[in-house]
Design a protein around this ligand. Sequence first.
Ligand SMILES: O=C1O[C@H](COP(=O)(O)O)[C@@H](O)[C@H](O)[C@H]1O
Length: 350
Amino acid sequence: MSTSAAAVVFSTTATSSATRRSNPASRVYASLRRSPHSRLVSSSPSPPVCATAASPGGAAAGGTAAAAEARKKLLIFDAEERLAESLAKYTARVSEEAVAARGAFTVALSGGSLIKALRKLVESPYLEAVDWSKWYVFWVDERVVPKDHADSNYKLAMDGLLSKVNCFDFLMPTRLGQSADTMLKWDYCELVPIPASQIYAINDALSADRAADEYETCLKQLVNDGVVAVSEVTGFPKLDLMLLGMGPDGHVASLFPGHPIVNENQKWVSYIKDSPKPPLERITFTFPMLNSSAHIGLVVTGAGKAGAVHKAFSDKQSSSDLLPVEMVSLQEGLITWFTDKPAVSMLSSI
Ligand SMILES: O=C1O[C@H](COP(=O)(O)O)[C@@H](O)[C@H](O)[C@H]1O
């Protein structure tokens, strides 16, 4: 089996045991299979990857740890382009399903490397295929800075993603990938944009605590209006998709290891004023909010994150000292990890 395809494929049917021994990704597969909590979820040689992960411990409220484990999928890509393609396809599919089911798609974005990884979503064919007008966009976390500040997650997403959809009445070429000659023939953008009223930036004129309260109030209004669903399991809002990144220390959103905010279990949105990673002041969705969503896509790349990935995929004896990423545990739905080989390079030693 070739490993130069879209991603390493774990297949019980198409990979010999000799190949598995010599292939690092196959060793990952083997270690996942040895784990009492893991199972192969696809034996097809064609899709990108597929193994459920070893236990992160910490049963989610209302479910067992084993049940939570069954809702995790690990994808490992050998090229960043392939990861970006898969992430675009995944996001477009979740969007399409939500729009078909509810007439709306509620999605929360992180900052950091996620936005670049999402870039293919605003290229053909996804750019034209996605029903952007049904999107309601939130931020998983935000830095308390002006919206035009270099540290703003809003600015990052607008510049790298949303502005490509919301071309409004700017003159734009209607097709991507045209020749230079054709590109000179400008035309009006044909896309139906995301209405500006459906892009929920934080109020950057407020302090962190007040901005968090206001963001939660805004979500409550959208729940009342029926735009945002509610989890029947937790009673918290159930967004259709949370797109997360993870820092090298295992933080997700602005939920940092060892910070008391990781234990917040009442609020939907909270804040910190002592972030270990600059800037100091941030607002963030809490764990109950993250873990009540319908889907989570978690994008983790690079060798700098291998240690946290290793811990997240190790068997746990207790739920103490969990990294924030290990506390991401869906009540319903599937957590899909989009990783590359450097990020999973320590998994074979499990
Ligand atoms: O500070 C943050 O960091 C995390 C991880 O960022 P990455 O660049 O290492 O992917 C990000 O998910 C979060 O939204 C952001 O505020």
